[in-house]
Design a protein around this ligand. Sequence first.
Ligand SMILES: [Zn+2]
Length: 187
Amino acid sequence: MLWEDFINSYWRDWRTGNKNNDRDKLEDPEWLTKRLKKYALLETERPNATELKKLKTLRSLLWDWVQAIVQGKSVYGEMLEQLNIYMDKGPVTRRMIWKNDDQAEISLLPLNSGWEQVMAEIAASFAEALLEKEPSRFRICENPACLWVYYDDTRNRSKRYCDDKLCGNLMKVRRFRARKKAESEGE
Ligand SMILES: [Zn+2]
């Protein structure tokens, strides 16, 4: 989903937690181009300094909201107001689109290019997730060095890490080592 990709555009070094290795993909033209294409957004230019700042502001807003939701706080009033402000700046047009399986659907297509439009689409993607998904399944990876945002679609809502093979394993090894250390110190 667009909003997830966007929020996770700030990449942290989940293995070491070394901040010097953090990478902001919003500043990576290749990453941006791929995402714009993936989500059928019409922007072709790189964001200038002001636009980049605005994009980062939106990203931290979304991050704060996800964090609040994960912590069970109610931020919906403020959130809706802000999301509407962002969405107002990105008008859409309707178009009927045939899909492969002989079915049609009406798609909302962005009317403009430009980063205001892109931000409106990101806000809309988040708003849709709030309405159509279960916000109680929003998660932030429990590896404190990672903080990847994801949607927990497991049956028993038990997904604690972005990836069990990566962060999950790392944290398991860490817990194991800490236990071993505690045991040997207790001897
Ligand atoms: Zn993770």
